[in-house]
Ligand binder design. Structure first.
Ligand code: P53
Length: 479
């Protein structure tokens, strides 16, 4: 049998996020964002969140890899690889430095004009996330981030501003990056980066998370509606972290626990795609006594603002097992309820590498959502060695991407799953979101910068750069 081929307009590219590459954190009128008050951590601990910018702390996102200044040369390298698209985000605090202004910051808007123009010079389609872990910090201190209903208005004003400004430069949008990370509500990182929230002693973190998440799905739905009035050709997607949760055994209790975990992780996309809450969850709110501010107008917005496609990241799979004392809800707490899957290897950071899980996920989402799917992140964080002649022999990264693209192609050609594109994480080395490390490298382009901020910022092509160039040139046939 001959292998079926991918569609000719398949969107091969690469992904980054503004706060992880741009730097220039106080240039061009930019305000502080949540990413600007997070320190660097080691491989196995979490970044600290400081009260504003403190004098004796190091904040790796402040300079990142200086994409703000070096983007023309970087986009040229993306073009050399053959990118059809480039996923990045708009740093909200470049456009609304405090978040609650009425008028946008022109210098911030002009930067993204220049960046998107540079992409179009090489026929590279920008794929743009509105909110990728970079809410204006002032919204955190003044309003408690998405604790406040007012933040819906600030977000949709920002969305409307950039939809209008880039009406003819951007077609593919994503609203909130990995909106479902915060289902892990006991982890400070996820609630802070998703929602600008720091849980206070005595608070019910789960209830706080569900309220903020509700405001965010409403904000997303309003943004979708605004987008379609500004340009009916806009394609606006939701974005979830797709880590499937497998049952640890075939015990029915474990299988049900895994089902509940999947429901909990993916109610976000259920709402964003279907326009309504799943029944288990509205019942769950009642059982738990969560008295949430959910209005009839909100529910109407959710119905009217369903997304055009579903974007997702895929890094790893999870597994779970029921305990002996599950409540009737089999309540899922991601901090406590995951177990190690003995059948898959782990990365140096403990991420369970599972290429087949990508095919599983594509089928699962296709059956559930019946929408085009876009793999907007997939990759592995690893320590790279730069040789004396400026090469990086990152066969482990090639192997990871190879095995995942192979599973994506099987899902497309054998299972008929409609996949719009594939943008590995990351196009170029970035500051890791969860650890703040530069040494947890993801890029196919190496940046000479170290965890402590030293380094020349010079760029070098890794072996994976040339490999991915061939993959794109052959439209995925030459893996
Ligand atoms: P880092 C958790 C699980 C899956 C993806 O992650 C995640 C996270 C948050 O850490 O984040 C996404 O840099 C995110 C990117 C991030 C990338 O995955 O923590 O959208 O911003 O850099 C990799 O190793």
């Amino acid at each position: 049998m001959t292998k079926k081929t991918l569609p000719a307009d398949f969107l091969w590219g690469g992904a980054v996020a503004a706060h992880q590459v741009e730097g220039a954190y106080d240039v061009g009128g930019k305000g502080l964002s949540v990413a600007d008050v997070m320190t660097a951590a080691g491989t196995h601990d979490e970044r600290r969140i400081t009260a504003g910018v403190q004098p004796n702390e190091f904040y790796p996102n402040h300079e990142a890899v200086d994409f703000y200044h070096q983007y023309p040369a970087d986009v040229k390298l993306f073009a050399e690889m053959g990118f059809k698209c480039f996923r990045t985000s708009i740093a909200w605090s470049r456009i609304f430095p405090q978040g609650d202004e009425v008028e946008p910051n022109e210098a911030g808007l002009a930067f993204y004009d220049r960046l998107f123009d540079e992409c179009h010079k090489y026929h590279i389609e920008p794929v743009v996330t509105l909110s990728h872990f970079e809410m204006p910090y002032h919204l955190v201190t003044k309003y408690g981030g998405f604790r406040s209903r007012q933040t819906i208005k600030f977000f949709t004003r920002f969305a409307q501003t950039v939809f209008e400004r880039y009406r003819d430069k951007v077609t593919y949008w994503l609203t909130f990056n990995e909106i479902n990370n915060q289902i892990n509500y006991d982890r400070a990182f996820t609630l802070f980066t998703n929602s600008g929230i720091q849980v206070q002693p005595g608070e019910n973190a789960e209830a706080v998370m569900y309220q903020a998440s509700h405001y965010e799905v409403v904000a997303s739905a309003i943004a979708v509606q605004i987008a379609h009035t500004i340009n009916p050709d806009f394609q606006v997607g939701a974005m979830v972290a797709f880590s499937p949760v497998y049952p640890a055994t075939d015990k029915p209790r474990d299988v049900f626990k895994a089902q509940r975990a999947m429901q909990a992780r993916f109610w976000y996309s259920d709402v964003q795609v279907e326009g309504q809450y799943p029944t288990w969850l509205t019942n769950y709110f009642e059982t738990k006594g969560f008295d949430l501010d959910i209005t009839a107008a909100d529910l109407a917005n959710l119905r009217q603002g369903t997304v055009d496609y579903l974007g997702f990241s895929y890094y790893m799979s999870f597994a779970t097992a029921a305990t002996d004392d599950e409540d009737d809800q089999f309540s899922y707490n991601e901090t406590d309820d995951l177990v190690t899957n003995q059948f898959v290897p782990q990365s140096a950071w403990g991420w369970q590498v599972d290429p087949q899980g990508l095919r599983y996920g594509l089928n699962w989402m296709n059956d559930r959502y019946h929408l085009p799917l876009f793999i907007v992140e997939n990759g592995i964080g690893a320590i790279d060695q730069l040789t004396a002649t400026h090469e990086v022999h990152d066969q482990y990264r090639i192997d990871y991407l190879h095995d995942h693209i192979d599973q994506m192609e099987l899902a497309m050609t054998e299972d008929g799953v409609p996949v719009m594109g594939y943008t590995p994480w990351s196009a170029i080395d970035i500051v890791s979101a969860s650890t703040g490390q530069l040494s947890k490298r993801y890029g196919v382009i190496y940046v000479d910068r170290n965890d402590d901020g030293s380094g020349s910022l010079a760029r070098y092509r890794k072996d994976s750069f040339y490999w991915y160039q061939r993959v794109i040139a052959s439209n995925g046939a030459d893996l």
